[in-house]
Ligand binder design. Structure first.
Ligand SMILES: [Zn+2]
Length: 315
């Protein structure tokens, strides 16, 4: 409960800082009221209580770990008053919302502490939170509001954990349908960038562009080891039976490959760090049993990765 109280106090503080218009007194009161109500409901029920955006299209389930999981493309809602997007990708990442929830449950099972989870419930034909707002919402007011709330929830979760732990790790959860059956890990480097010589991969200006830039500030390892070598997240997944790239087995992804999108580029700046994770469908997210098994694997790999590289304990 102490964790929850502290979190909500910080949430209210965060709202205060971000209200700068003429209505800011009213906004401050509303933010405080909302945060307080959320805290009271949590206290009364003894359970984790999610909060939602204005129309219920965005959900934040609070956590107490410096770990944020977000899922932009797993939503299924298609409200008729939001027109279909006319350009950009409109197909969902099937079952990624369920996978994200399963990962959160498996992490909680390790040691009783939970990551923050932020979900978009709108189908991608209505909103794509992993794009700039003009492409994401294409001018619709409700979609735009949901886009703002989605990223605001991420910012508030990250702010709260940075205040508590000094840093936060973010994973943007997706599903890929490429021919390659592997997990694609995106650190904001294109395939062609990853094929450069080791000296180039380990150069400070290359590392500064990475979504792992903050992690590297705390590491004595060569960046190439963390990106695709023995200490990479890809290596941990490969060791547990899931093909991944970049990894020691496939250090340079064959095409096509998702290198990380808007969410990671926007939010993974020091002291936030993390990556985009694209799970292939078969054996990872196609059935409940497969999702549960893969979620257990991800939780185990994260437990090792975050403990070794950032001193974050999930157990
Ligand atoms: Zn996606």
């Amino acid at each position: 409960m102490a964790h929850a109280c502290e979190y909500f106090n910080r949430l209210a503080d965060s709202c205060f800082r971000q209200t700068v218009s003429g209505v800011h007194v009213l906004m401050k009161a509303l933010c405080l009221l909302t945060a307080s109500l959320w805290m009271l409901i949590s206290a009364a029920s003894g359970q984790i209580v999610s909060r939602f955006g204005t129309k219920g299209y965005v959900e934040h389930t609070p956590g107490d770990l410096p770990l944020v999981l977000c899922s932009p493309h797993g939503g299924r809602l298609k409200p008729s008053d939001i027109p279909n997007r006319l350009y950009g990708v409109t197909t969902e990442d099937a079952n990624t919302q369920e996978l994200t929830r399963a990962v959160a449950e498996e992490i909680a099972a390790l040691g009783g502490h939970r990551p923050h989870v932020i979900l978009s419930h709108l189908h991608r034909s209505k909103l794509d939170p992993n794009r700039e707002v003009h492409e994401a919402a294409q001018g619709n007011a409700d979609a735009t509001k949901s886009w703002e709330e989605y990223h605001h929830f991420i910012e508030q979760a990250c702010d709260a954990e940075v205040k508590r732990h000094g840093m936060v790790f973010l994973i943007d959860m997706h599903g890929q349908n490429h021919p390659g059956q592997r997990v694609e890990l995106g650190y904001l480097h294109k395939s062609e960038d990853l094929s450069q010589p080791l000296e180039r991969l380990n150069a400070p200006d290359f590392v500064a562009k990475s979504s792992l830039a903050h992690l590297m500030r705390r590491s004595n390892l060569p960046y190439s080891d963390l990106l695709r070598g023995r200490c990479s997240f890809g290596a941990l997944l490969e060791a547990r039976g899931y093909h991944s790239t970049p990894s020691p087995r496939l250090p340079v992804p064959d095409q096509p490959y998702f290198s990380g999108g808007y969410t990671v580029a926007r939010h993974c700046k020091p002291p936030t760090t993390g990556f985009q994770l694209e799970a292939n469908r078969v054996r990872l997210r196609d059935t409940d049993t497969h999702r549960r098994r893969f979620a257990q694997t991800l939780a185990g790999a994260l437990e090792e990765y975050l403990r070794v590289h950032l001193g974050i304990k999930l157990k």
